[in-house]
Design a protein around this ligand. Structure first.
Ligand code: ATP
Length: 316
């Protein structure tokens, strides 16, 4: 089984206890571990895969808590770092429908330094790049680019999720779009929400979005569509794979569960490249990943709601 290296942010989500309240009114918050790439690492490990997290937290009790959550979920944290800067915090409220609204105080995630020892370990493994905070600057952005380069030169399978957060880019969306280009160009697998696919391609139509992303270079595209499932696209074929029916309470982490489950299945292949051109196998993998996403919406919080292998198998 191959290893999946997940790079990006690990942070504290303080989630408003009263669902439906806006952040200006919320007065009680619960502490949760968050950060899309960290969620993906947990999703892989909970399904029995090997995942390693590359990111930075503070040398403070919140940083200790976050690394313990990853360890408890069997994620390898030997490439995680700690900085003097305080751990990154987000304050989150959930709408009645389970959608997130948040404000963000950036801290230690941006302090990640490049570690050249990783180059050898990444050879022939998988690298998942989550871009929510990584393209916002800091040492993290530099390290992110270098790890990406190492992964390319070492023949690793590259997975990219832009994790676009409008609140973090405001009037500077064009910079985000530009910074995503090299990753879209080289990605073996890209995971996009509908909004991200439209933003990054300037197209409205889903099929046209896929055509543009393929033209730039992404080999396998998944566009996640909430309860409608996922559009799977390769240069040869486009196919919508329906999801299962659930009653969602909190959609946080559904996309991370989805891509984590997909990567865990690809990492279990003898060669990750076996997925290229094998649309039936890919469609089956996406079907499982849809289930993982769906299950995650049925409970509160991302990491505790990610399914185990037996929970996934129990769903028809
Ligand atoms: P995130 O908010 O975590 O970034 P996302 O927008 O990337 O999520 P979603 O489309 O919300 O991703 O969810 C990922 C996948 O999970 C979907 O493609 C779908 O298969 C499944 N899923 C999500 N919500 C539901 C739902 N309400 N019912 C059934 N399946 C769902």
């Amino acid at each position: 089984m191959k290893h999946v290296f997940c790079i990006g942010e690990l942070l504290i989500d303080f989630v408003a206890e009263k669902q439906g309240s806006d952040l200006s009114k919320a007065d009680l918050f619960t502490k949760k571990a968050g950060g899309a790439p960290a969620n993906v690492a947990c999703a892989i490990a909970k399904l029995g895969g090997n995942s390693k997290f590359i990111g930075c937290v503070g040398k403070d009790p919140f940083g200790t808590y976050l690394l313990n959550v990853l360890k408890d979920n069997h994620v390898d944290i030997s490439f995680a770092q700690r900085a003097k800067t305080f751990t990154t915090l987000a304050f989150v409220s959930l709408s009645e429908e389970g959608e997130r609204d948040f404000v963000f105080s950036r801290g230690a995630d941006k302090e990640l330094k490049y570690d050249s020892s990783l180059k050898k370990s990444i050879k022939d493994n998988l690298l998942h790049l989550g871009a929510a905070t990584a393209l916002l600057g800091g040492d993290l952005e530099k390290a992110y680019g270098r790890y990406f380069f190492d992964a390319l030169t070492q023949g690793a399978f590259i997975s990219f999720d832009p994790n676009f957060r409008g609140d973090l880019w405001k009037e500077e969306e064009h910079i985000f779009i530009k910074k995503c280009q090299p990753f879209i160009e080289k990605a073996d697998l890209g995971k996009f929400s509908l909004e991200e696919a439209q933003l990054l391609t300037g197209k409205n139509d889903l099929n046209e979005c896929c055509d543009v992303l393929h033209e730039i270079g992404t080999k396998i595209i998944t566009i996640t569509l909430g309860n409608k499932g996922t559009l799977l696209s390769t240069p040869e074929i486009k196919k919508t794979i329906p999801s299962v029916s659930v009653t969602p309470v909190d959609t946080t982490g559904a996309g991370d569960a989805f891509i984590g489950c997909l990567l865990q299945q690809i990492a279990a292949l003898k060669e990750a490249e076996e997925v290229f051109g094998n649309i039936d196998m890919l469609a089956e993998m996406v079907k499982n990943a849809n289930k993982a996403g769906a299950i995650t919406t049925t409970n509160y919080g991302a990491i505790p709601s990610l399914p185990t292998k037996s929970q996934l198998l129990a769903i028809e």
